[in-house]
Design a protein around this ligand. Structure first.
Ligand code: UGA
Length: 470
């Protein structure tokens, strides 16, 4: 079938390339000249594994093309997806762009076609959507069309696979009196074997938001539990293992650390709390999820501060800038907030990330940050190491050799990515979340520092969780 996808960002481009992979004829509409030129040359303007190969092969076989001409592309397509940004720089919902895109393409969609909103939108916008589309059609003297939602559940880093093999497809019906919109979307997803759920538009958008809010809640819960593990001298991974066999609980998305970042989870939590409050409705659980997420970053910075005896004038190696591995996305990246906090406390922060584009953008965003082009450069002479993104290349660094390169043998692991025993064996004082503070047996000063720090933080005599050299 002929498909148009308006907006070639993370969501739109994955949708366009994935649809071409299923054999649909796809036009991707992009208004930014630079991005359009890159796409026409087969270059993906951000890092997403496997996406480049799909774009290149379907550009070559003609199933995928890119254009800036939305009206022409929409006039030829049965389905016109709209996948543009709905959040502004201040992290507020912003529907100006999606309204403008709809105004541009909706009048040109064939009478037997459908418009499909793929962007995550605020519920009040969804409530107004059918009337808005109808208004645009009437003003152009055109008949009504089906107005649908099709929220995406893809994760950056595995977005192509998530699109091609989704665990479910959610179709939201905003206006579809004769069922044509549902039929077209079923045809679009014909190759998918997982359940296709047809919901009302409001149920569909709340299923999308609800999924992300629940995932954020799981992470903040894991972080709360990790703090209890530190309090009582317990090991978070073992605790989670002891819980996860219960099928009602499960073990995924419960990794403790510096918290969730990215373009979706953080702002969807804060915006939901704010929007509900504006309607006079309290959301205390989500407010706590947000608060815990902020606290994790502060705790991380405090730990580094404590372990080096004050970060002012110290050199801190920051490993990882992106909000998670296998992406170059810096949106709401915990590493950037942590870097700013360390800089504000007077530290020199020397950062490295394997993604060149992430390094470039981080440098542009935080002028005071020193960004270098190798991990070893960042680590040389560092007073402490802050691990902020669990890129595999950081996990497999030769830590025993790195102990001879750093000035202070202190590693604070914000992603619980390194093996505590191995780090202690390599000679490091090692701190992570919910796994106690580990110190090498032969570093008496480090033992004293870490013990004093833990006692002060916990307020009770400790010892058990100071796994000295074991
Ligand atoms: C998230 C959702 O996971 C997707 O299902 C959703 O489709 C997407 O948002 C969206 O709405 O578009 P994404 O933002 O790519 O996907 O990132 P996640 O994999 O969810 O990770 C978010 C953050 O949580 C990262 O900073 C990650 O490091 C952190 N995280 C994740 C943890 O701290 N602990 C965990 O156990 C898992």
């Amino acid at each position: 079938m002929k498909v148009t996808v308006v907006g070639q960002g993370y969501v739109g481009l994955v949708t366009a390339a994935g649809a071409a992979e299923w054999g649909h004829e796809v036009s991707g509409v992009e208004r930014l000249d630079e991005r359009l030129t890159a796409l026409l040359a087969g270059r993906v303007p951000f890092h997403e594994p496997a996406l480049g190969e799909l774009v290149e092969s379907h550009l070559a076989n003609g199933r995928l093309n890119f254009t800036s001409d939305g009206p022409t592309a929409a006039s030829a397509a049965s389905l016109t997806f709209v996948a543009v940004g709905t959040v502004n720089a201040e992290q507020h919902w912003e529907t100006k762009t999606i309204r403008a895109c709809l105004a541009e393409v909706v009048p040109h969609i064939p009478d037997d076609g459908a418009v499909v909103v793929r962007s995550t939108c605020p519920p009040d916008f969804i409530a107004q959507l059918p009337a808005y589309v109808e208004e645009l059609r009437a003003a152009a003297g055109r008949a009504s069309i089906a107005v649908m939602l099709n929220p995406e559940f893809t994760k950056e880093g595995t977005a192509v696979q998530d699109f091609l093999e989704p665990d479910r497809v959610v179709i939201g019906v905003a206006s579809d009196p004769d069922g044509r919109g549902v039929a077209l979307l079923r045809e679009f997803y014909a190759q998918v074997e997982s359940p296709v759920l047809v919901l009302s538009a409001m149920d569909a958008i709340l299923a999308k938001l609800g999924a992300n809010l629940f995932l954020a809640t799981k992470i903040s819960f894991a972080n709360e539990l990790a703090a209890l593990c530190d309090l009582y001298g317990s090991q978070i991974e073992r605790v989670i293992e002891g819980m996860a066999h219960d099928p009602r609980i499960g073990g995924s998305f419960l990794r403790a650390g510096i918290g969730f970042g990215g373009s979706c989870l953080p702002h969807q939590v804060t915006m939901t709390v704010r929007e509900a409050a504006a309607l006079g409705h309290d959301t205390p659980l989500l407010a706590a999820v947000d608060g815990i997420n902020l606290r994790q970053k502060l705790t991380f910075v405090d730990r580094i501060d404590d372990l080096v005896g004050g970060v002012a004038g110290r050199r801190i190696a920051l490993l990882g800038l992106t909000f998670k591995p296998h992406t170059d996305d810096l949106r709401a990246a915990p590493a950037l907030e942590i870097a700013s906090m360390l800089l504000d406390r007077g530290a020199t922060v020397v950062a490295f990330d394997p993604m060149e584009s992430a390094r470039r953008n981080a440098r542009a965003q935080i002028r005071r940050l020193t960004v270098v082009s190798s991990a070893i450069e960042a680590l040389t002479d560092a007073d402490a190491v802050a691990l902020t993104t669990e890129w595999p290349e950081f996990v497999t660094l030769p830590w025993a050799q790195i102990a001879g390169v750093v000035r202070g043998r202190i590693v604070v692991d914000g992603r619980n990515a390194l093996d505590p025993e191995a780090m202690v064996d390599a000679g490091f004082v090692y701190s992570s979340f919910g796994r106690g503070h580990r110190v090498p047996v032969d570093t008496e000063a480090a033992v004293a520092t870490s013990r004093a720090m833990a006692q002060e933080r916990v307020g009770i005599p400790i010892g058990a969780e100071l796994a000295v050299g074991d």
